[in-house]
Design a protein around this ligand. Structure first.
Ligand code: KG4
Ligand code: ZN
Length: 356
């Protein structure tokens, strides 16, 4: 049966389109059933944070092994919680890029197996584009064009967005991603993993103007990002320029650590907001979309809100709900709906791809 026939057969007697989404690109094993691209019927996430905590970052082999253990129970639970059977599922969607290949392959293999066994169309999803979809859930009348800022542990990207499927990359990081910088600075400050939430928490009692960390703008017109400089500046601040001095973090007061965290966070947010503003000007955007793990940061959300409010005319800001900022499968199934509608299906030979 052709893919089109499979699709027509699967929803010939129903109006609703149910998509099972699967996500295993990094350290969360996730599955979700979403109807019509926005009605969340279930969302199950098995987080591996505890497994990677002691290494201060994601260890690919450990992630892959945990995905293998978790994938079947997570997918089963998502179907059960949604109260559907395989007959109610119209398509299987999976994030197949970008990410850790040995992690992605687990979700891709599961999705291909289900698509084959259940005779359903398979939909390949770009994980970064899916993050953006989290900000568009329940948004019927988007004012376009929009500028989308995706800030995660692995990526920092600005896109011009004409529709959920029409994204043009405007800029991305040339070294560390924003979330990666949060995680590495948290390690320097000996704060718990994952670093973003730890830094945000302690920064609340710190002074964001205490230390003037560098803001790398990469030239007047650049929409690319560079965060390795600010991370190194924090390292030198704590360990001395030659890295030979004592690790001052051990003898710092909690207030000093809070001041470093707040000043670092302010530097990152400053750059993110200024670059987003540049992108808005360049494309004449009416809306800003914010997604990815770092989008859970309240200071960033607030800074962008203020920027949108003070713009003339004011800009609309759509931010992913916090539970869908970090990796999840709702965003995968939600974006897949748009591909389903356009008949954009993948072959069963689909492969994981590490790059975007
Ligand atoms: O999108 P995500 O779950 O995974 C990737 O696709 O990378 O993002 C995880 C990243 C981590 O680096 C984490 O430290 C960061 O998002 N993060 C935050 C916050 N919550 C998570 N960064 C800053 N502030 C937060 N509240
Ligand atoms: Zn992600």
């Amino acid at each position: 049966m052709s893919i089109k026939e499979k699709r027509d057969k699967s929803h010939e007697s129903r109006e609703t389109i149910n998509i099972l989404g699967i996500e295993t690109s990094c350290d969360e094993t996730a599955a979700a059933v979403v109807a019509d691209g926005h009605i969340v019927k279930s969302s199950v996430i098995a987080s591996q944070t505890k497994l990677h905590e002691k290494y201060g970052g994601v260890v690919p082999e450990i992630a892959s092994r945990a995905h293998i253990e978790n994938i079947y129970p997570v997918v089963s639970e998502a179907i059960q919680q949604a109260g559907v059977t395989k007959d109610d599922i119209d398509a299987i969607a999976v994030a197949n890029q970008p990410g850790l290949t040995i992690a992605l392959v687990v979700g891709v293999t599961m999705a291909k197996t289900l698509a084959f066994m259940w005779d359903k169309p398979l939909i390949a999803i770009n994980h970064l584009h899916a993050h953006l979809q989290s900000a568009m859930l329940n948004q019927e009348h988007l004012q376009l064009p929009a500028v989308a800022l995706i800030v995660s542990g692995g990526h920092t990207c600005l896109y011009e967005c004409e529709s959920p499927l029409e994204l043009k990359l405007l800029g991305s990081t040339i070294d560390d991603a924003a979330g990666e910088a949060f995680d590495k600075v948290a390690t320097i400050l000996k704060l718990p993993y994952p670093g973003g939430p730890s830094i945000e928490k302690i920064a609340k009692s710190g002074d964001p103007n205490a230390i003037k960390f560098p803001r790398s703008m990469l030239g007047r017109d650049s929409l690319d990002f560079s965060f390795s400089g600010v991370k190194t500046a924090v390292l030198y601040y704590c360990r001395g320029q030659d890295m030979k001095g004592e690790d001052k973090v051990d003898v710092m007061s909690e207030q000093e650590i809070a001041d470093i965290a707040a000043s670092f966070q302010a530097a990152i947010i400053d750059v993110l907001v200024k670059k987003t503003k540049r992108a808005v000007k360049k494309v004449g955007a009416k809306t800003i979309l914010l997604g990815g793990g770092v989008a859970a940061n309240n200071q960033l959300r607030e800074a962008l809100r203020q920027m949108c409010e003070s713009a003339r005319p004011p800009l609309k800001l759509l931010v992913a709900p916090k539970k869908y900022c970090t990796d999840n499968a709702v965003m995968v199934a939600a974006l897949a709906y748009h591909k389903y509608r356009r008949g954009l299906f993948a072959e069963l030979s689909l492969e994981p791809k590490p790059t975007a």
